[in-house]
Design a protein around this ligand. Structure first.
Ligand code: UD1
Length: 432
């Protein structure tokens, strides 16, 4: 007998070619909120975070902290207080880690603070294998004993971690953050070489310093940390999300440039803004931290993704959607993740002309995209589908839309305020 399985799937339906106009406010950065929330594990005192975005990944981190024994309280819109209550339980279970790879960020703080941690091993994900070997090797160098058994990382450092010289063979953002959080409570000095320079790493260092940590060199490729015995509580504001801002800049360029982007982090988007200029898109500051976008006819470019301060892999899919309607031939090389072209077949369903050869995507601009049914294959790919749907002729239905809610706060509402026609719907799907 053939077994059938029925499930309810959620989709986002987008009507294309509507002019967009109005103000959009950029939220707090997901990739800052996650490490900053993990860092609250490092103190007994209360930590207050402001400008925390309401995102699925942030809820997952909140659940991880609660599971570990933290009390989490919402004080106001986007303002959360965190404090340890009762006996800590330094564990991150499979159910939560499987929802979000960045859960690995609790390993460093748990190990440094409680001398042990049990964290489910993050599985594969759609954009590549994404191992955590560099995190684990660094903790071993700092004196931790690590075993991987039954799908869990078991890490022990009963006498505390020791400062060490950590030279990452490859730049890793969460790896740098994890070691940074572990090193602030370790004995002696830790040097991180080939450290990630992302603004989110610098923001974490800033927060840790307010908590009493001794850190130098954040934002460069060598970070030096002198361990301290304890950290205090603090109040810290999450920085604006440069990826969300870049996403709206692309959307504005493609829809008439009548969107005012509030909280546009010019400082973090210098390279991206240069690429936009090459494409024929000007980002114009108006007032403090606000931008409007002026676009002429779109020209082709060659882009390669690279660690900060260069072009972020997290904007690659959105730029591909834009280049698919630019005049001429563009090329995008993806250097960070080996499988981050899953959006290509979906963009092709909308009429884009893209060929992938290894790490390179060759994009030949077409006059227009046409609406179709597509799948959101990962978080940033989902944003590229929304952009493509909004400029395509007709209606686009995007499935697996939960990816979008992992990283874009209140996206439907923000788009509707700009005049976009978007709606969520549910459909019964039968799998054989
Ligand atoms: C972070 C960001 C993610 C962004 C990525 C690259 C967060 C929560 N997520 O992810 O949005 O796309 O940076 O800018 O901040 N690697 C290893 N071994 C390791 C760790 C990483 O081989 O132990 C490899 C990865 O497979 C990848 C490269 O290093 O090829 C960079 O990954 P990494 O910077 O660690 O990405 P994340 O920190 O997971």
């Amino acid at each position: 007998m053939v077994e059938t399985r029925e499930e309810i799937v959620e989709y986002l339906e987008v009507e294309g070619q509507k002019p967009l106009e109005g103000i959009v406010e950029i939220s707090g950065a997901k990739n800052s909120a996650l490490p900053d929330m993990a860092a609250v594990l490092l103190t007994d005192e209360e930590v207050i975070l402001q400008n925390v975005p309401y995102l699925l990944d942030v809820y997952t981190m909140k659940d991880l902290l609660k599971h570990a024994g933290m009390e989490v309280e919402e004080r106001d819109r986007g303002v959360f207080s965190f404090r340890l209550s009762g006996t800590p339980s330094p564990e991150a279970p499979y159910e939560l880690v499987s929802k979000m790879r960045a859960s690995i960020l609790v390993l460093g703080p748990m190990l440094a603070r409680f001398g042990r941690a049990k964290v489910s091993l993050p599985g594969g994900c759609s954009i590549g294998t994404r191992p955590v070997d560099l995190h684990l090797k660094a903790f071993e160098k700092m004196g931790a004993k690590i075993k991987v058994e039954h799908g869990y990382i078991h890490a022990y450092a009963p006498d505390g971690l020791k400062g060490a010289y950590i030279h990452f063979p490859k730049i890793t953002v969460t790896g740098t953050e994890n070691v940074l959080m572990a090193a602030v409570l370790s004995e002696g000095e830790t040097v991180i070489k080939n450290a990630a320079k992302e603004p989110e790493v610098v923001d974490l260092a800033k927060m840790l310093k307010k908590m009493g940590a001794d850190i130098q060199g954040e934002g460069t490729d060598t970070i030096r940390i002198k361990g301290v015995k304890r950290l205090n509580g603090t109040i810290h504001r999450i920085i604006p999300d440069r990826i969300e801002a870049g996403t709206f800049a692309v959307l504005s360029a493609l829809t008439g440039g009548k969107i005012v982007i509030k909280n546009y982090p010019f400082e973090y988007l210098q390279f991206v803004d240069k690429v936009l200029k090459e494409i024929g898109v000007d980002v114009i500051p108006i007032g403090e931290n606000q931008a409007v976008i002026k676009a002429g006819s779109l020209k082709p470019v060659e882009i390669e993704t690279k660690e900060y301060p260069f072009f972020p892999t997290d904007l690659q899919a959105q730029f591909m959607a834009m280049l698919s309607v630019a005049e001429g031939r563009s090329k995008i090389r993806e250097n960070i993740f080996e499988n981050r072209f899953m959006h290509v077949p979906e963009l092709k369903r909308l009429g884009a002309d893209i060929q992938v050869k290894g790490r390179d995507a060759y994009i030949k601009g077409v006059k227009k995209l046409t609406g179709a049914q597509v799948k959101a294959t990962d978080l940033r790919a989902s944003a590229s589908m929304v952009i493509a749907g909004l400029i395509a002729e007709g209606t686009t239905r995007i499935y697996d839309i939960y990816h979008l809610d992992r990283g874009y706060e209140n996206i439907d509402q923000k788009l509707k305020l700009l005049g976009a026609k978007v709606r969520r719907g549910y459909e019964e799907r039968t799998d054989l």
